[in-house]
Design a protein around this ligand. Structure first.
Ligand code: MN3
Length: 256
């Protein structure tokens, strides 16, 4: 398959510090297909330059568990972070042992993981760890209800207006059947698009998902993310989510 520049290097500079190794991993992209042959080792990308020597750890929340009340309740945050995210972290540490991914960074794993059965546990838990870390950083109360600057312009260009963007994003989120995520991403040219992924997949899984890109905002629509407070009312949770988006963080991601 033909190589092409996945994202301009410049766009990568300074991507959220926690994910900076990702930049190396994503400079090139191969076509993503879901029916690719099942390799025992990641065959398509050069070996990662960075080696991981420490186990993955659960990052602390960047705010108190009650900080997003009343939109996202304290108990949900405690369980979601302290139990669900924690178990992705402990599972990924177990799952990579003895595999080719054993000393890969999280970002290198995502870029190389395949749809093979052998990769499944690593795919689910590496995705779970990355997605939740990204999600916590995407939220905050009191960060304003809409973005400004270049991101606001890009949203207008792609969706017509901020309200239409929210409508499209909410529609996509409601449409996720079962468990998954909704993503606002930018492509190679800085153009915005919305995509959804099942389970813990994300747009950085170059060999797994149909639409790859740089995630700017993600919404967890697994029931564990909202069931305690909203039960089956996912649309109310989606509305509540828009009250606690950390637009400052999302704008920063876009501008990098
Ligand atoms: Mn979750």
């Amino acid at each position: 398959m033909e190589k092409r520049t996945f994202l301009k290097t410049g766009l990568f500079l300074g991507f959220a510090a926690a994910f900076s190794p990702l930049l190396e991993a994503c400079k090139t992209k191969k076509g993503a297909t879901s029916d690719a042959p099942v390799p025992s080792a990641p065959p398509m990308l050069p070996p990662p330059k960075m080696k991981r020597t420490e186990p993955f750890i659960l990052p602390a929340l960047p705010y108190e568990t009650g900080a997003l009340e009343p939109h996202i309740d304290k108990m949900t945050m405690e369980i979601h972070h302290g139990k669900h995210h924690a178990s992705y972290v402990s599972n990924i540490n177990e799952a990579v042992k003895g595999t080719v991914y054993a000393d890969y960074t999280l970002e290198d794993i995502l870029a190389r993981i395949t749809t093979s059965d052998a990769d499944k546990k690593i795919r689910n838990n590496a995705g779970g760890h990355w997605n939740h870390t990204f999600f916590w950083q995407s939220l905050h109360s009191g960060m304003g209800s809409s973005p400004g600057g270049p991101l606001a312009n890009a949203i207008d260009a792609a969706f017509g207006s901020f309200d239409l963007f929210k409508e499209t994003f909410a529609g996509a989120s409601k449409g996720v059947f079962g468990s998954g995520w909704t993503w606002l991403c930018k492509d190679n040219d800085g153009k915005l698009f919305i995509t959804t992924t099942p389970n813990q997949d994300n747009p950085l899984m170059l060999q797994v998902v149909k639409q790859t890109g740089t995630p700017l905002l993600g919404l967890d629509v697994w029931e564990h993310a909202y069931y305690l407070k909203y039960q089956n009312r996912r649309p109310e949770y989606i509305t509540a989510f828009f009250n606690v988006v950390n637009w400052k963080e999302v704008m920063m991601r876009y501008e990098k």
